[in-house]
Ligand binder design. Structure first.
Ligand code: UD1
Length: 417
């Protein structure tokens, strides 16, 4: 089992470019299935992360061809012939569910099981299924498999009970080839939804409204191919900004879209981090960490749940007491017990964590329990005295392309062993 060994106490300094967003890449790779082109779809700025490999494996199991080189991915769905995703593949990654909408649209049928994924609490798919039903799909469950079928979906009005990112994306993809117009109300507004819309429109779809709470999709007969560059990963960017801040370092991030990080930057400033933005960069200039009164994770444009654990890592060293409330996922505090191993002082009451900042952290052996929890452990390891060993780093590799190389370039002592 590989692990990270981190020798803490080095100030991070330098410049890093940020690659494409995992959460854009996954639905966009799934959306490729909609194409009736015989030619390749070319996706640029694709991060070489484990989730990309898993999604590629799933697409290949359906009959697609895929090639990856130097952060470019070519997908060809000409010979797609399968609309069933096996339980084994569905269990590997929650995002496998993104294929439900596009496969249903393409084949009139799709067969999947409930998806697996990070252990951050129950993650139902009721909103996905309800929306697909509204679009005319007949949904049956037997022997653990969910089958959805509809010779052709039809446009309709969907009111989401909650602005689920995944459900919004799945329903947009299903509606692209539906007959007539679909309206999705209370849609998620994440930048990755805008990216999916832009990709689909580049294929020839007609999707409007992404980034607002109402989406309008006019169904088209078919969609073709395109070359598309996905947006930079705002969560990786946020993690690295926090890594610099927790070590008292100075870091310039390039090739990013700063406005995607507005809520994060605002909270980091509140926590005593000085940040400077340009049109496509953000720089951590200095930090004098102090507690934040409250932090609530929220759907975009609120503070992202995916940066809750890394931000908590930062707050373990901030003067005073911070209060962090997780509003999106039920069980997303599994990093707390691990942070405490480094002598962080945190108490959890329900969905709220109270963090009393300490003067220093001491290196320890810890377990990454999920992707972002793992990133938080790397951050405290960088700041702690002595050596920290992070086990179970397969979780971190799901979403960060060789994090130890990026951090190593800016002065961290972190080794994959
Ligand atoms: C996506 C992101 C993930 C991020 C999350 C919230 C991807 C690949 N993943 O996950 O990194 O943490 O958004 O920003 O983009 N829910 C239901 N029923 C459903 C669907 C969701 O109750 O049918 C609930 C979930 O249990 C959760 C909340 O809604 O409590 C948010 O989930 P959702 O927005 O769907 O997150 P994901 O798309 O799974």
């Amino acid at each position: 089992m590989t692990k990270f060994v981190i020798k803490g106490g080095k100030k991070l300094e330098g410049t890093l470019p940020i690659k494409g967003a995992k959460n854009s890449m996954l639905p966009i790779m799934a959306a490729a299935v909609l194409s009736s082109s015989r030619e390749d779809i070319e996706l640029q700025n694709i991060p070489a992360i484990v989730d990309m490999q898993v999604m590629t494996k799933i697409l290949q199991s359906l009959g697609a061809k895929a090639k990856f080189a130097q952060n470019t991915l070519w997908i060809n769905v000409r010979d797609l012939q399968n609309y069933t995703i096996t339980e084994e593949l569905m269990q590997e990654m929650r995002s496998s569910i993104f294929l439900m909408g596009p496969l249903l649209a393409r084949f009139g049928k799709v067969r999947v099981t409930y998806p697996g994924g990070c252990s951050i609490g129950p993650r139902p798919i009721d909103l996905h299924l309800k929306g697909l039903e509204a679009l005319g799909a007949r949904i049956r469950e037997e022997n653990g498999y969910i089958t959805a079928s509809a010779p052709r979906l039809h446009g309709t009005e969907i009111h989401l009970d909650y602005p689920s990112v995944g459900a919004t994306e799945n329903l947009i993809m299903a509606a692209v080839l539906a007959r007539g117009k679909t309206l999705i109300y209370n849609a998620a507004k994440e930048p990755e939804i805008v990216d999916l819309q832009n990709f689909l429109n580049a294929l020839g779809a007609d999707v409007r409204g992404a980034g607002t709470e109402t989406l309008r999709i006019r169904g088209v007969e078919s969609v073709g191919r395109c070359t598309y560059r996905i947006i930079p990963d705002r969560i990786v960017a946020g993690t690295y900004l926090m890594a610099a801040a927790i070590t008292g370092g100075r870091l310039l991030l390039e090739q990013i879209i700063p406005e995607h990080l507005d809520a994060v930057v605002a909270k980091m400033k509140e926590a005593g981090v000085e940040l400077v933005a340009t049109a496509d960069s953000l720089e951590v200039v200095s930090s004098d960490l102090r507690a934040v009164e409250t932090l609530h994770t929220l759907p975009y444009p609120g503070f992202p749940t995916d940066l809750q654990a890394p931000m908590m890592a930062l707050l373990t060293l901030a003067r005073g007491e911070s209060k962090v409330t997780e509003s999106i996922f039920e069980a997303r505090f599994r990093h707390v017990d691990e942070l405490k191993r480094l002598r962080a002082q945190i108490n959890v009451e329900g969905r709220t964590a109270l963090i009393r900042g300490v003067e220093k952290l001491s290196g320890a052996e810890v377990q990454a329990t999920d992707l972002r929890a793992g990133a938080a452990l790397v951050l405290v390891g960088l700041a702690a005295e002595g050596q920290t060993v992070v086990h179970n780093i397969k979780h971190i590799d799901r979403g960060y392309e060789r994090i130890e190389e990026d951090l190593g370039k800016i002065g961290a002592e972190i080794y994959r062993v």
